[in-house]
Design a protein around this ligand. Sequence first.
Ligand code: FDA
Length: 304
Amino acid sequence: MIEVISKKFFLRISQSKKLNKAARKWGLKFGAGQVVAGETIDTAIAKVKELNLKGLCCTLDHLGEFVSSKDEAKVATDYCIQTLNAIKKSNVNCNLSLKLTQLGLDIDFDFCLENMKIIVSKAKQYDIFVRIDMENSSRNQITLDLLKELRKEYENVGTVIQAYLFRSEQDVKELSGIPLRLVKGAYKEPVHLAIQDISEIDENYLNIIKIHLLSGTYTAIASHDHVIINKIKEFIKQENIPKSQFEFQMLYGFRNELQLSLVSEGYKVRVYVPYGDDWFGYFMRRLAERPQNVSFALKGFFSK
Ligand code: FDA
């Protein structure tokens, strides 16, 4: 019961524009520094270098969401370009992840598409892959529409499909040939759109991973769930799927030992490395997923 309440609570405050805005002035608080790799690109690149040395690939995300003016979206676009420049300059093994609402999706589709084209074409020049994170269900279709527009010109871009949505099996089938990151799903979604039962979400998660792998398309399996990971390892062996056709992904600061043990078994592992001062929404969603994380948040709160 407490778990359900805390999940709802953290998901609700993760969407508070007021708190998100205020948190930018606080600096990384409540232990957020354990899951956010600093506030500047220099600190984030230093962390990426450390992870690369351990055999882990990365994807950098300049944190931000809920942009409501074109000026803010342009600033976010510039941050993405600066991130790409820093990846290129430091020669690290790293991709870019981003959210379309940062780049003006809620303002105007064509404006957001133009910003994305600037980013994806620069990334193409540097041979860097761009992953569009999937936000809540109200942005799902428009994100897929925008991806399809981009894919007419660029191959170095893909998105994320969430196993909890009823529509996702169909989406994965339709997106065959496009590299996808597959996740369970991080937002609170209504019963008419999303599976609510955890074991049913897990079942659908395995189902969509298998469909995408069997279609021969490059697949990113983004989960900290060792049960899912072990089942996929078995499936891959059984179906003779080459290790070059998929990667595991985990978030910065989560299950570090599991990340390294997968690397030692010869699997490709990518760490999602968020950075920047707009950390609040991201951090609250992580607390919602795993109530155990609350203990380090509280420790962080009391030690500041
Ligand atoms: P889940 O949280 O369901 O845990 C299952 C079990 O795994 C637990 O019961 C426990 O046994 C074990 N476990 C999990 N975490 C552990 C830990 N830290 N330590 C020890 N054991 C642990 N979502 C979204 O909606 N859009 C997106 O774009 C993305 N992008 C994304 C990228 C990456 C790289 C990752 C890893 C995740 C996302 N997500 C996401 C979030 C995703 O949808 C999901 O909410 C979280 O990954 C939590 O689900 P898990 O599959 O990790 O396991």
